[in-house]
Write a protein of this length. Structure first.
Ligand SMILES: O=P(O)(O)OC[C@H]1O[C@H](O[C@H]2O[C@H](CO)[C@@H](O)[C@H](O)[C@H]2O)[C@H](O)[C@@H](O)[C@@H]1O
Length: 288
């Protein structure tokens, strides 16, 4: 994408990071786990798509990688650890797809929606768009539907606070032009906050990023453990550009993990979803 096109789109600046220097491999994982496992409390905050669940054409058809559910449950059961999902997904969809364990914190819609999984179900504060947000979402419906209508394979996902133009099943050229139309069009409207992810342009009516989601997880984990937020080390793993907001927000005692290729502010890179499960197991073993 050209600089002109990206100007209206929310991106975290990772251009100063030496990408060749982002550690990867078994020794790097061992060293990173050893370092972070010494914290008083560890909050493991994970993106969902591309981190716990491999990407697919149908967003509601994906399933988590083998071993992921057990690893999440083991972290949730650990007295000095918290498990959290920090995702662009709607909270309701995240619960359906991830079946998160009791005790899990959920920061959905990038951090707009908050939830806690309990034995009686997911506790959340119902959130409704304001009247102005409703109006903006209605205008986005028309604009994004018009873009998708001209591109075979493109379609629109309607979320509580966003409309998402999906282009995964479109031809590459068509996907690029549909993305460009969204960026120079509705992404540029006042009150619209655009994020470009993997084969998606997300057009949100609230200005919240995963940095907000991770900050909420840290505060909440600290409060539940009776600690200061500074005593909580956050391990965050993400695969997409939208996750870089969270990764750049981490401090030196935290661990930021990039899953797969691409520019990143993370301090560790792992290959794929099974490697994330291995990392979680290593973290659990180090805290045993
Ligand atoms: O923050 P995440 O948990 O990574 O969620 C981000 C977006 O995930 C979904 O889209 C992505 O996954 C789909 C299923 O694999 C894939 O078809 C799409 O191309 C990906 O971008 C979801 O549909 C979006 O609403 C989320 O924002």
């Amino acid at each position: 994408m050209s600089e002109a096109l990206s100007a209206d789109v929310s991106t975290a600046d990772v251009s100063t990071v030496d990408q060749a220097a982002v550690p990867t491999g078994d020794d790097a994982v061992r060293e990173a786990v050893r370092r972070v496992a010494g914290a008083r409390h560890v909050a493991v905050a994970l993106d969902f798509d591309g981190v716990l669940a491999p990407l697919g054409d149908d967003p509601m058809g994906v399933t988590m990688a083998p071993g992921a559910a057990d690893a999440l449950a083991a972290i949730a059961a650990h007295p000095d650890m918290t498990v959290a999902l920090v995702s662009g997904r709607r909270l309701e969809d995240l619960v359906t797809l991830a079946s998160p364990p009791v005790g899990a914190l959920l920061a959905a819609s990038h951090g707009v929606e908050h939830g806690l999984v309990t034995a009686a179900g997911t506790r959340t504060e119902p959130l409704e768009p304001t009247e102005a947000e409703h109006d903006l979402l209605a205008r986005l419906d028309d604009a994004v539907a018009a873009i998708a209508a001209d591109v075979e394979g493109a379609w629109v996902e309607r979320k509580t606070f966003a409309r998402v133009l999906h282009t995964r099943t479109a031809q590459d050229d068509d996907a690029a032009s549909a993305t460009a139309l969204a960026v120079v069009g509705p992404a540029d409207w006042p009150g619209v906050h655009a994020i470009i992810g993997k084969s998606v342009v997300e057009l949100a009516v609230r200005d919240v990023t995963k940095a907000d989601g991770v900050a909420w997880v840290r505060r909440r984990a600290a409060a539940d453990a009776g600690l200061d937020p500074a005593d909580v080390a956050v391990v965050f793993a993400g695969d997409d550009t939208t996750d870089e907001h969270a990764l750049v927000s981490l401090g030196p005692a935290d661990l930021g993990v990039k899953v797969g290729g691409g520019e990143t502010a993370a301090t560790l890179r792992v290959a794929d979803e099974p490697a994330v499960v291995d990392l979680l197991r290593a973290l659990l073993a180090a805290r045993a």
